[in-house]
Design a protein around this ligand. Sequence first.
Ligand code: PMP
Length: 407
Amino acid sequence: MSDRISDIRRLFPILDQRVNGRPLVYLDHAATAQKPTPVVEAVRRYYEWDNANVHRSGHTLGQRATDAYETVRAQVARFVGAGSERDIVFTRGVTSAINLVATGYARAKLGAGDDIVVSAMEHHGNLLPWQQAAKATGATLSYIPLQPDGTFTLEDAEETITSRTKLVAVSHVSNVLGVANPVRELAAIARRVGAVVFVDGAQAVSHMPVDVRELDCDFYAFSGHKMYGPTGIGVLYGRREQLERIEPVEYGGQMIDRVGLRDSTWREAPWTFEAGTPNVAGAVGLGAAIDFLERIGRDAVAEHDRKLTRYATERLKEIDGLTIYGPEVDRWGLVTFNLARIHPHDVSSVLDVYGVAIRAGHHCCSPLMDHFGTSATARASFGLYNTEEDVDRLVEALLHTKRVFGE
Ligand code: PMP
């Protein structure tokens, strides 16, 4: 695989630039991935040749746009192992997918006496919609307690999930710890009490092969922009019988069956959740991103990820005064850390001077930061375009940062 990385890197012209006079090292993949040329080209080609509205215009361009959009739906279904393209709803991203289920299912169906279970490691996107749904319905929100290293055990999950639990929402891979949660086992526990399982796959799909039926979850969401696709497009996979239980959240064109002056009826899922003109170009770009990942091979993608993240973990451990957050297990695509006595925002500012882009802050995981007793951390995250040399540049820049601060 490593011999292919230089070819892969050539597909990312954005990386071939100097930032603050140094070659750019982009280590913020977990915030958003860079886009390879085939994705950019697919979007451009769509706008230059096929652009039209979908599901309405009978002319040739309208047909082509509709075909392109619906072809990607089928491609996404194959990509995540869904049974049918009709189990795939296009959304703006993970956040809007979660809000769709939190509003159309949790708010519409839950009430006092019901319980929603999450973990305290969740991204705000997989927390606030459930928090608001619980407030609106009188349902409770319970947390699977965290271990000191930020993870949770299945025993604790089993204690937290009770006969009152109606929905369990967890991330597949934590965007702070980089750790994969035992989603399949959680789904089995939830199933025993008849609860629905929602998986936030934002940090998983660009790193590891995902099969939603093997995970046996009810919902699985991910964003195009974190898997080398465009922003503004994402996916909600839903098990058919669960999708059918969700109320539409947005009403308008495209999602209707029959409209009267006083009453109307809706199309079936997934179209009932796609009111208005959708992001057709985004879907086309997402399709190109899937092609890109599949051409490389998803096992090869995972292998590169593991190897590089392991290398980064080992190299970072060599730095005195650097604390890595999370357990001592293989991580997926990122390492979160702090340097003693230097604020992570200062770390990232000095790194930027060295052309090294990382993220510092709470990573939209305030409860997890509270758990660690810190307000912020630094995070280096990796994509297919990153190499061991990039990690070496990060380590060099961190050592320099320590010297700048007299550490
Ligand atoms: N969940 C996790 C674990 C994430 O990392 C992110 C993105 N940082 C989100 C949800 C939200 O994704 P988006 O902003 O694409 O909706």
